[in-house]
Design a protein around this ligand. Structure first.
Ligand code: PEP
Length: 252
């Protein structure tokens, strides 16, 4: 179902005490000033997932993982399975982040498998797509985003697809301080909704949550979120400061 979501991707940041403190600050802020009509999601490093889901029990916070194995269980040293995420009440999982595609060579096939495993356990994938600067400069950005969508997700049935959150993250905007302009974001989000509509029909497309990621912060969130096809944000750097993260969630 289409909803407003602001999700924080902590990446590989924060020691245990710092993670504990940040989760405390976020949940305090949420209980003092509850958010209206927007779901806040925190995606900490896996080591802190159980700590985070404990905090989430007493607040409106939901917890997501940053990654999961494409394998279901067994001899895969260092990996975490969907079943494990489910066993500590994780509700979302980021899939296909550009850093995973780049540094860990995650293929579309692998991503599609991860999506299937997550859906089996009722965990919502936050599926990331987005072009490199070269692609945009060459005018290939729409084709590339369409390819990522179809290779990672379009094997799903319509009812399975309705559990997906799409995150449009132009790679050139991630961690660079350069944000897509509100016009660029709206244009791509409308395009993504159109591609989903071609595949699954307009009702499903209208119900799909499509969030924006890439140097979104407390200053530019309002302008980005005011676009009709932008349903929130996937936030990296700015999600590491409780006040900024909450301010972003209050930017609709
Ligand atoms: C991200 O990594 O998903 C992200 C959007 O990072 P940042 O907000 O720091 O650009």
């Amino acid at each position: 179902m289409r909803s407003k979501i602001v999700a924080g991707n902590w990446k590989m940041n924060k020691k245990f005490d710092e993670a504990d403190e940040l989760l405390y600050q976020i949940s305090e802020e949420l209980s003092n000033n509850p958010l209206k009509d927007v779901q806040l999601v925190v995606c900490p490093p896996s080591l802190y997932l159980e700590l985070a889901t404990d905090f989430a029990e007493s607040s409106d916070l939901k917890i997501g993982a940053q990654n999961v194995s494409h394998q279901k269980s067994g001899a895969y040293t260092g990996e975490l399975s969907v079943e494990m995420l489910n066993s500590v009440d994780v509700e979302y999982c980021i899939i296909g982040h550009s850093e995973r595609r780049k540094y860990f060579s995650e293929s579309s096939e692998m991503l599609a498998q991860k999506v299937d495993n997550l859906l089996e356990f009722g965990i919502e994938p936050i599926f990331c797509i987005g072009e490199q600067l070269d692609d945009r400069e060459a005018g290939n950005h729409f084709d590339l985003v369409k390819k990522q969508l179809s290779e990672g997700l379009f094997h799903l049935s319509a009812s399975e697809f309705s559990n997906i959150v799409v995150a449009y993250e132009p790679v050139w905007a991630i961690g660079t301080g350069v944000t897509a302009s509100p016009k660029q974001a709206q244009e791509m989000h409308a395009f993504i909704r159109g591609v989903i509509s071609e595949k699954y029909g307009s009702d499903i497309a209208e119900e799909t949550t499509i969030i924006y990621g890439g140097s979104c912060n407390a200053k530019n969130a309002k302008e980005l979120f005011s676009n009709k096809d932008v349903d929130g944000g996937l936030i990296g750097g700015a999600s590491l400061i409780a006040k900024d993260f909450i301010n972003i969630a209050n930017s609709f």
